[in-house]
Design a protein around this ligand. Structure first.
Ligand SMILES: [Zn+2]
Length: 237
């Protein structure tokens, strides 16, 4: 039983390093995902502008057709008026009505053109922003990809170191370690100056002696196994 703590401490230290590496890899990957999302957002914005521009052009064409139709009506009314066909009043009313319709169509065309120009300007801006976002993404990949790869290599190396250490543990100890590690994030805690550094619970003096002798001692506060900190390098020279 006494050998267990000596076996567990190096595993716990490796697990701390592995957790740190996974944390760093996760952070770097989130950074890349964010840069990718920005490019995707701008691509979607550009597609939205394109759709709106197409719809506005359709509106402009439809209003142009309306303008031609109204002009035809106006000319036939004018013709009737000039040549004295039918009622002069009715012809005049049609001419007035046509002038109103033509105004409305022209206004609609102008509004659509203005909206289209605004959309085109926004599209140009989004296109420029996307170029920047793509550059930022490429830079992030250039710096982070090799870094992540390096961390992954470290993870593989540490995992390879860890496997035989875990395999050498008594089964019940290994099982408890794994459970505690999964539940609390760490199965071991340093007992520093008679206090558990994970939960601050005071460790009875008798047990600190047990810990120094390498026995498995459970913290009453957090349930972790306690171990003594590595001997500090003496500064007396
Ligand atoms: Zn504790």
């Amino acid at each position: 039983m006494d050998a267990d703590l000596a076996q567990l401490v190096p595993i716990a230290l490796l697990d701390d390093q592995l957790a740190d590496l996974h944390e760093r890899i996760g952070r770097a990957q989130r950074k890349l995902a964010k840069a990718e999302a920005e490019v995707a957002r701008l691509t979607a914005a550009i597609a939205g502008h394109d759709e709106a521009i197409t719809a506005l052009k359709r509106t402009e064409r439809a209003q142009q057709t309306e303008l031609e139709r109204v002009d035809g009506l106006r000319r036939s009314a004018q013709d009737a008026l000039d040549n004295g066909y039918g009622s002069a009043d009715a012809a005049q009313r049609q001419i007035d009505r046509c002038a109103e319709l033509a105004d409305a169509a022209e206004t609609a065309i102008l509004e659509a053109m203005e909206a289209r120009e605004a959309r085109q300007a926004a599209r140009t801006q989004a296109e420029a922003d996307r170029v920047q976002a793509q550059e930022a993404l490429a830079t992030a990949h250039a710096t982070l990809d090799p870094t992540i790869e390096g961390w992954r290599t470290e993870v593989r190396v540490l995992s390879t170191e860890r496997s035989p250490l875990v395999a050498a543990l008594a089964r019940d100890i290994g099982g408890t370690y794994a459970q505690m590690h999964a539940r609390k994030g760490s199965a071991l805690a340093v007992c520093q100056d008679g206090v558990c550094t994970a939960c601050s619970r005071v460790v009875p003096l008798r047990r600190t002696t047990d810990i120094k002798q390498g026995r498995l001692v459970t913290c009453d506060g957090c349930g972790r196994w306690l171990y003594a900190p590595p001997e500090p390098a003496t500064s007396e020279a």
